[in-house]
Each structure stands twice: as structure tokens, then as C-alpha cells.
Design a binder for this molecule. Structure first.
Ligand code: NDP
Ligand code: 8X3
Length: 262
């Protein structure tokens, strides 16, 4: 087991859901956190909460970044402009991601497609491309990519979102192959249904539709996923957990879900 005390952990999409839960758990383990998202006000709130709840000793142990991972030049400039004390990133959690819409492919919305591909695939690639070279030259590091059960099993109307997560799976496998011979580890986490803002974002703010996704079942919580991320990164350095599929007990496949009637 390794300890993450004082390790620098960069989490994308830390303003909500799984990313925010990872921030709390890693803060509790004594890590130093670089938290990135587009909504800086949310990150600010989270940082204050981490200090107030004493999960983190000092606000100086958190570095906040307003970042849109879709913007390659922005990713490059924030990574290269990190202060010296924050440059040696030990763990990169590529979590920022989203689904937009649930439509038949031949009726799909171009803007939704572009948003998903630009965030889930290209954003993850940009982050990886700008951060992993430093890990290689320092001879230490761990990349955790948040994929999805949707990357393994396509479901009706999930088409482009599922494709973007299948890409995350292929990229994770490819990165592991390309880093073979280095001590850098690569893990892909593939959750099933997790109740976060995910469905609200998918349905463009339709709260009723979002709520129905989790109706009659006990979904995973973002803390459940953070727990698994933490487990993977704290294994001994010679252990690489390459992939983890985690689902609620009420879920047995992308579309196979048990819902109680009441
Ligand atoms: P949330 O909507 O709660 O969180 C998504 C996070 O991604 C937010 O912090 C959001 O921040 C950030 N984000 C979105 N777009 C961008 C962008 N362009 N640049 C930077 N940050 C961005 O959903 P989850 O926590 O559920 O999602 C986290 C990851 O988990 C995603 O990759 C998702 O696909 C994956 N996942 C989710 C599952 C679920 O059922 N919830 C299941 C399987 C995987 P902001 O808007 O402030 O930029
Ligand atoms: C999110 C899980 O099943 O809604 O990746 O696609 S699902």
C-alpha cells in the first residue's frame, strides 16, 4: 500500500459529483489537490468546505483552476503555468465528462455530439498529453480515467456517449501499453448508474427526467466511485489495477436494471 500524504493530485471536473467526492477523499488522505472545472465558484465553495471540515490542513494545499478541458491551448497554458510547487503531478484523475441528449443516432443533435466528443475524448487526451510527459521524466505517476459501463455496452440512444466512453477504454489501454517499461500506472474506472448531476446535464436541466433514471433502484453514490479510485491508487507500486467495472447491486448490465415498484 502507498500513502498519498503530500502527493499532488490533479482532478478534472472537481466541481460536482465523482470529481468532488474524489477531492474530499484525497484531501482526507493528506494529498495536495489541483481542482479544475469551468465553474470556479463551485470549486471555491468546495475548497472552503474542505478547510472548514478540516479535511485539508490549509487552503495552501489546494490549487484551483478554471479550466475547460475542450480548449487545448487553455489546457496547455494552465499546465505549463503551474507554480513550481505544483508542477510535479503524481496522480491525474481524468474525470471531467458529460452526456448530452438521449436520441436516435439519425436524429441526433450535432452540438450534443461535439460537446461529448470534445470533452470526454479530446479533453481527456489533451490533459494526458500535457501531464504524462512530466510523470515519465520524473519516473512516477498514476493516471486514472473515468470511463463507464457505457464504454463496454452500447445502449439504445446512447450511441455517441457510449462511443466516447469506448474511446476512453481504448485510450486507457493504449496509454498503458505505451507506458510499459516505466513505473507510471494507468487505471480505467467504469461505473454504472451513479446519482450525480450527470442525468440533469444529459437532459439539459429537465429535473423530472433526470430523477426517473434512478427511480426504484439504489444507485451508486459518487463517494462509492471515489472509494474505488482511492483503492486503486493506494496499491503497492508494482500493482496496476487496469480496469474496474462497478455497478449498483440493482444493475447487471447497461440496460439490465432491477427497479422496485413502490
Ligand atoms: P457531474 O455532472 O456531477 O460532474 C461532471 C463534472 O465534469 C463537473 O464537475 C463538470 O464541471 C465537469 N466538466 C464537464 N465538462 C467540462 C469541461 N468542458 N471542462 C472541465 N470540466 C468539465 O457528473 P459525474 O460526476 O457523474 O461525472 C463524472 C464522470 O463520470 C464523467 O466523465 C461521466 O461520464 C462519468 N460517469 C458518470 C456516471 C453516472 O452515472 N453519473 C456513470 C459512469 C461514468 P463544470 O460544469 O463546472 O465544468
Ligand atoms: C453513465 C452511465 O449508463 O447512464 O456513464 O451511461 S449510463
Amino acid at each position: 500500500m502507498i500513502y498519498i500524504q503530500n502527493q499532488i493530485v490533479f482532478i478534472t471536473g472537481a466541481s460536482s459529483g465523482i470529481g468532488a467526492s474524489c477531492a474530499k477523499l484525497f484531501a482526507g488522505g493528506g494529498a495536495k489537490l489541483i481542482l479544475a472545472a469551468r465553474r470556479l465558484d463551485r470549486l471555491d465553495r468546495l475548497a472552503k468546505e474542505l478547510v472548514e471540515t478540516r479535511l485539508i490542513a490549509s487552503i495552501d494545499d489546494i490549487y484551483l483552476l478554471e479550466l475547460d478541458v475542450r480548449d487545448r491551448s487553455q489546457v496547455e497554458s494552465v499546465v505549463t503555468a503551474l507554480p513550481d510547487a505544483w508542477k510535479a503531478i503524481d496522480i491525474l484523475i481524468n474525470n471531467a465528462g458529460l452526456s448530452r441528449g438521449l436520441d436516435k443516432l439519425h436524429e441526433g443533435n450535432f452540438q450534443d455530439w461535439e460537446e461529448m466528443i470534445d470533452t470526454n475524448v479530446k479533453g481527456l487526451l489533451y490533459m494526458t498529453r500535457y501531464i504524462v510527459p512530466g510523470m515519465v521524466s520524473r519516473g512516477r505517476g498514476h493516471v486514472v480515467n473515468i470511463g463507464s459501463i457505457a464504454g463496454r455496452q452500447t445502449y439504445p440512444k446512447g450511441n455517441v456517449y457510449c462511443a466516447s466512453k469506448a474511446a476512453v477504454r481504448a485510450i486507457s489501454e493504449g496509454l498503458k501499453q505505451d507506458l510499459l517499461g516505466t513505473p507510471i500506472r494507468v487505471t480505467e474506472i467504469e461505473p454504472g448508474l451513479v446519482e450525480t448531476e450527470f442525468s440533469n446535464v444529459r437532459f439539459h436541466g429537465d429535473a423530472e427526467k433526470a430523477k426517473n433514471v434512478y427511480q426504484g433502484l439504489t444507485p451508486l453514490t459518487p463517494d462509492d466511485v471515489a472509494d474505488v479510485v482511492y483503492f486503486c491508487v493506494t496499491r503497492s507500486p508494482h500493482v496496476n489495477i487496469s480496469e474496474v467495472l462497478l455497478v449498483p447491486t440493482d444493475q447487471a448490465g447497461a440496460t439490465l436494471v432491477h427497479r422496485s415498484q413502490n
